[in-house]
Design a protein around this ligand. Structure first.
Ligand SMILES: C[S@@+](CC[C@H](N)C(=O)[O-])C[C@H]1O[C@@H](n2cnc3c(N)ncnc32)[C@H](O)[C@@H]1O
Length: 423
């Protein structure tokens, strides 16, 4: 019953795992390694070493760390801890209008778990981990979205499934998101509700911008968009019938493109691509917000000036016809297969015979890191899902599209799934 009590055996089991960790750390210095490999090797050691007491401790500590993180994010505590040096519990309590005793107890939890540090009695300081939260408002929004907004909904899923039955959610008007908010099924989607909540919308848009950097598609070259004769499929060696007459043609439509961060990255990576040949589409609220941001923007954000900003409903007719490329990134994972097919069909109807659709989404593999499966759980909360390549092939085919090429992204990145119209 009790595992891992044979310490001699445990030591033998751990030895190769420690070698893996050493190798992963060494690879960092030769620039061939990644933080993800180091973390995964370290986690394998922790998992192997855990006995029942450790697993119990793991659950208790993780739960409490999340609870205090939620409070500190809500109360904006991280920004009140000085970037360098430390602050006393008394001074911190005064800054956030809380009792010293409460601040001390909550801070000690995060100090013990390694999120914060303490240079002396009754004082608290940043670690490099908490500093990332304090110094980056977009990262803070990401943490708030996960821990403050999503967490209670995820914690309520036992009651949701008890009420709705043990089946995959497919109705976007009746999800755990609705259940937590006491919303009547059959009326509005999670996105409708989010659009009515400016504070939540702001957090989500900021989190999308920040996670754009984490969920990159590094291997994909967009330069074919500006090549007069080539289409992406020719580039893939598939002999498409592109006529090369791209003058005046819209080159790129980002459907459900949010704040325009994907187009901005593509413009940065493809200097020959003119902003005026690109279209950003999203809901009214998001487009209005994006227009305001671009008007005020300086630096890289100003790259979006000239991009046509268009309010659309991607469940309805796609208004831009015959563009060279359509792009839909991290939207279809918000929907069930049936709804995703509907969205894809709207794009297909607008595509010319030589148009390419770039679906930028995760492609689940058996060896995908746990984060990818955690995203699948998060999507389940709004009746969406992450998909395997087989899943993508099936919904593309149902929408009258064929997957021409997949440019995979390593780790937690977003792959590029190139689709063309099925003849
Ligand atoms: C998960 S975000 C992805 C944003 C961006 N493409 C990215 O990769 O970060 C989904 C986007 O779809 C937009 N959206 C939701 N419903 C929509 C609809 N019916 N029509 C157009 N856009 C919609 C949301 O406003 C949001 O910007």
């Amino acid at each position: 019953m009790i595992q891992n009590n044979d310490m001699e055996q445990l030591s033998k089991d751990l030895a190769p795992l420690c070698d893996n960790l050493t190798n992963a750390v060494s690879a960092l210095s030769s620039n061939h390694g990644s933080r993800a490999s180091v973390i995964s090797a370290a986690q394998a050691i922790i998992h192997a070493a855990q006995g029942p007491q450790d697993l119990y401790v793991h659950f208790v500590v993780n739960k409490c760390e999340i609870i205090v993180m939620r409070l500190f994010l809500k109360w904006e505590v991280f920004q009140e801890i000085p970037p360098q040096g430390s602050i006393s519990f008394t001074d911190l309590a005064a800054k956030i209008d809380a009792e010293v005793g409460l601040v001390a107890r909550l801070s000690r939890m995060l100090i013990a778990s390694g999120m914060l540090s303490s240079p002396g009695p009754d004082r608290v300081a940043h670690t490099h981990r908490s500093r990332m939260i304090a110094e980056d408002p977009l990262f803070r929004s990401t943490a708030k979205l996960i821990l403050y907004e999503d967490f209670p909904q995820a914690a309520g899923t036992p009651e949701y499934f008890a009420s709705r039955g043990r089946r995959e959610p497919t109705d976007r008007t009746d999800t755990a998101f609705h259940f937590r908010r006491g919303e009547q099924p059959g009326r509005r989607s999670a996105f409708d509700l989010i659009n009515e909540d400016p504070a939540l919308l702001k957090i989500i848009m900021e989190a999308m911008v920040r996670t754009q950097d984490f969920l990159a598609s590094p291997g994909y070259d967009f330069s074919w968009l500006v090549s007069p004769t080539s289409t992406s499929s020719e580039k893939a060696g598939d002999g498409d019938d592109g006529d090369g007459g791209d003058e005046g043609r819209t080159l790129l439509v980002d459907v459900g493109g949010g704040a325009g961060h994907t187009i901005r990255e593509i413009l940065q990576r493809t200097p020959e691509l003119a902003a005026e040949r690109c279209v950003l589409q999203d809901t009214r609220e998001v487009i209005e917000r994006a227009k305001r941001q671009v008007a005020e923007a300086e630096g890289p954000a100003a790259l979006l000036r000239g991009v046509r900003m268009m309010e659309v409903d991607f469940h309805a007719e796609q208004p831009v016809k015959g563009a060279k490329a359509y792009l839909i990134r991290r939207c279809l994972h918000n929907y069930s297969d049936g709804e995703s097919v509907g969205i894809l069909r709207q794009i297909r109807e607008a595509m010319a015979s030589d148009s390419t659709l770039l679906v930028m989404e995760m492609v689940l593999l058996p060896e995908s890191p746990p984060f990818c499966y955690a995203m699948d759980m998060a999507m389940m909360g709004i009746a969406g899902k992450e998909r395997t390549l087989e899943d993508w092939r099936a919904i593309a085919a149902e929408a009258g599209l064929r997957i021409n090429r997949v440019v995979p992204a390593p780790g937690i990145g977003v792959s590029v799934i190139e689709c063309v119209k099925e003849a």
